[in-house]
Write a protein that binds this ligand. Sequence first.
Ligand code: PMT
Length: 400
Amino acid sequence: MSLEGKKILVGVTGGIAAYKIASFVRLLKKQGAEVRCMMTPASFDFITPLTLSTLSGSPVGTGFSDSKTGEWTNHVEWALWADVMIFAPVTASSLAKMAHGFSDNFLMATYLSAKCPVFIAPAMDLDMYQHPVTKENIGRLESFGYTIIPAENGFLASGLDGQGRMAEPEVLLQYLTDHFHRDGRFYGKKVLITAGPTHEAIDPVRFIGNHSSGKMGFALAEAATSKGAEVILVSGPTHLKTAHRQIRVVPVTSALQMLEAVQNHWEQADWGIFASAVADYRPTVAANQKIKKTEENLHIDLEKNPDILSWASANRKAQKVVGFALETQNGLDYARGKLEKKKLDAIVLNEIGEPGVGFGTDTNSVKLIFKSNKIRSFELQSKQELAFSLLNELMNNLYE
Ligand code: PMT
């Protein structure tokens, strides 16, 4: 899990977006993090301490002493416990307190005792967000080295529409994931990744496709971005969206479009990782109108699609080229054959058949084969974890 064992202190202040912190805490726990929450009294109107203590599995810090035992809650101990602190949502008033050091509640006292990195996600109405004093406070907090997670545009509780919504829990999670996975070796590297299926039109309403969901390719794109690379993600049709704002997603439908997108970006890339399941054939002619079911049998002529991976490999300057091989039998032999034929640096063998492996699943298990014939096996794990492990292994071997 990508935040395994990390100690994350979540500070909640009194804004309507506080209700979203329940799902944020769940996301953190799902990633293996240890979570403690602190709340200002004003936030109790939006979410209860009981909700957050239940979800985090830890008592919630609400004041300087326990109201039942009278025991002192040591804010310094809380601050030292944390690997990172994240404050979300942060109201205009709490933002001002943070910028100017007002320590009038437990959350603020703990914040002022922070020795770890601090992330702040403001949320307020659009005019408050645009006010010069808010901007100045944000600038001041940034000058202390804290990371501001900008508010998003959208529908606000006031009924207005504009910038002020707290960043979604997935975005907050992405900031923390990036923080813990930064890897200097990926800085300045441009990685082109392909993901998802391609759809080859038969007529305006039908296509030839496959079961790829895009999850493996998206996980690789997010992991590479977290590590510090610049990522271009060329994706076939998928319902997935990435919370990662830096990823440049180039959506395509067919293999020919995917080839064109790869060609447009290949020269600037340092790496290519080709995880997409490209249709090998496409209908020679796509009908202009919906084909009617008048005949008993229908024959569709197919022609071969270009091999995008082979094109990239043949047209490389210094790029590292990593392919995938989806196999149902004799996986190692076929994958080695593709590695050689397509002149790759490495290939990821995805042998399907076992539950939880391959298309559409949240998990995967693969073998990574280098051209030196070194092989590394990866047991069943989430596609996110696998993506980090694959990138580490590739970086260790391709740049040794
Ligand atoms: O998207 P998910 O649901 O998460 O599933 C992930 C996955 C199973 C799709 C992924 O892990 C995977 O195995 N991707 C490769 C699928 C595939 O088409 O394999 P292949 O053995 O047919 O192709 C070999 C390589 O050539 C692949 O890198 C493929 O992207 C590339 N190729 C293939 C055909 C073609 N015309 N152009 C290509 O570039």
